[in-house]
Ligand binder design. Sequence first.
Ligand code: APR
Length: 311
Amino acid sequence: MSVKKVTVVGAGNVGATAAQRIVEKQLANVVLVDIVDGLPQGKALDMMQSAATEEFDTTIVGANDYEPTANSDVVIITAGIARKPGMSRDDLLATNAKIVGGVTEEIVSRSPNAIIIVVSNPLDVMTFLSWQKSGFPAERVVGMAGVLDSSRYACFIAEALNCSIKDVRAMVLGGHGDTMVPVPEYTTVNGIQITQLLPEEKINEINVRTQNGGAEIVKYLKTGSAYYAPSASAVAMAEAVLLDSNRILPACAYLNGEYGISDVYCGVPVSLGANGVTKIHEIELRQNSLDALQSSANDVKELCEKMKALA
Ligand code: APR
């Protein structure tokens, strides 16, 4: 089997860490692209010089142009600005829309068969924009948020229960913003619903902490936003595509009537494999979770309208 190729656009905190995880796991050869002269080249060379010690023989190169990205199997878009304290993800809208739109055009002209994984915020709107600019079928453009939000949820649940995080399976749906929807009815510890393990008030408290999971980190870091968990989540999705493993994961996908939601990208459970999103799973939700999902999708739609007005 020939080695796969992944392009990571944006050699900042999320992009460089994602690139590092991909080469260290030997999932693919990586092209790291950034507009800042020398930044992707320097980071790529630095990572190559860790290969002997970390024992990987996948490769990484840095570039400021898109020629080396040709025929990528997967493209992860992390280009853009990150949040500072006091900013919401939505505050990034105008700047990141220009960046993500331009990056998508560069990518698709050289990698017409790629699966695009969008990470730049505001996530759901940037994924919609990237899909529109790409001209790709919707199943080949997907956003990374549900894996991250669910992983944050799992972290807080394991902490509250003082149990191994390996046994926690958490689910967060909806838009990647304050209105994201933690779904306790599908969140389990080795099959046991958390509603049987934790009192309702504690679950509610964890839900709110999950919704503010990114902001909590921005507050600590002050100069940027989270990147270890976001990069791990993006790489988990890339791995599902590269290995065609058909994982069922929460991800930001294009909805066309599912859950009563149309013409918007939003976080739902999907099957993810070599062809991208091969299925959107329309699972039964408690009424309050379904209401919250629809309301979250509406918020994404409003932000999409705002973006269209800016264009
Ligand atoms: N083309 C390529 N790279 C670009 C472009 C562009 N047009 N514009 C900006 N970049 C690069 C920047 O030069 C920078 O190196 O994107 C990188 C972003 O890195 P960071 O500022 O470290 O931001 P990061 O924490 O990686 O977050 C990136 O992911 O999680 C989201 O909200 C986050 O939207 C943000 C994105």
